[in-house]
Design a protein around this ligand. Sequence first.
Ligand code: NZQ
Ligand code: ZN
Length: 386
Amino acid sequence: MENFDFYNPTHIVFGKDRLKELNKLVAKDAKVLILYGGGSVKKFGTLEKVKENLKGRHIIEFGGIEPNPSYETLIKAVEIVKNENINFLLAVGGGSVMDGAKFVSLAANYKGDNPTKILSNVYVQASITESIPIGTVLTLPATGSEMNSGAVISYNHGKFVISSPLLFPKFSILDPTLTFTLPATQVANGIIDTFIHVVEQYVTYPVDARFHDRTAEGILQTLVEIGNQTIDNPEDYDARANLVWCATMGLNGLIRGGVPQDWTTHMIGHELTALFGIDHAKTLAILQPSVWQIRKEKKRKKLIQYAERVWNIVDDNEDRKIDLAIDKTRAFFEGLGVKTRLSDYGIDAGGIDEIIASLEKHGRTALSETKDLTLEISREILENAK
Ligand code: NZQ
Ligand code: ZN
């Protein structure tokens, strides 16, 4: 196992009927900006309940944060925070709203002349030493943003990862019943995003990290068990509660510190979203089987472990074992109603050229756990995903 730090200060408030605890989680004299998305929280009554439980506080609302939240939208919220002396941000929504709040939290304390620099420069991110505290009310289990310190912001045909230890939410309310209204396609996205977060921290090369490996395998098997159940029966509380907790634990640092990580699928996936507007998780479902096929030799040992321990595949032939595990993974995604080929989304050879050009523009030219995944190999992965 490699050396690591583990730091995660987020207070998780999990379960039914926990929204009323907002009243004790948020200071009575707080000036709160409530951030939300395109309106689902209004339509389904969550926003109303949130406001009711914050009565007495100075509250301003900021709606309209789009999926894959854009810099242009968020910078308007930064102005409100500055002009109104906001001292608490409450994100009510999915990953896009939580990530948007994180950007606002950092950008409101940026002293330079061009806040877009926060997006592409880790030194600028690290130079910001104060942030506005954030709380979240989760409505979509997927990204893990509710318990991590990262965010992904869209700007100028690119998606940029920001990260700072200041961005861990102070608290996150995870009430699985608030996710019952999600359409099936978003639940499938949540299952797949979580699945890929876990495999990008697990299917690399062995470092004898047994806790990490078995925790990863436990999350993956849980997702396989409850995937269709929670799509077909959205109000099955226990199935949904298991999805919510898997999503949170999949990307909160627990299985990351101490092991190699491969974020190839995410990095190429971000270009697909930025260029073609494909949902984040759907890009991952297209790419992951292909990444494994192309990187089979590099990942051989962990792919065999994945085949044996997650899919219970018994076969004397290692190659057959790996191939079957990849086939089963693809079938799992397709069984959730998510297509797994570029052609399913209308992306042809010209599209692949555009993706490669974007990867180059964004400096994503040495990907993977071994940093040797070049643009040529990214092209192979994309060709193989047609
Ligand atoms: O905008 P509204 O009207 O709220 O509708 C949303 C949106 O259209 C809807 N929705 C959310 N909760 C709902 C609901 N509809 C009905 N009932 C509910 N309870 O779902 C749609 C998608 O929402 P979004 O927040 O965009 O989805 P998700 O949570 O999958 O977030 C995706 C974003 O997170 C980033 C992605 O890149 C993408 O921008 N990620 C963030 C990460 C992180 N912070 O650590 C890691 C991830 O890998 C990922 O990159
Ligand atoms: Zn993701």
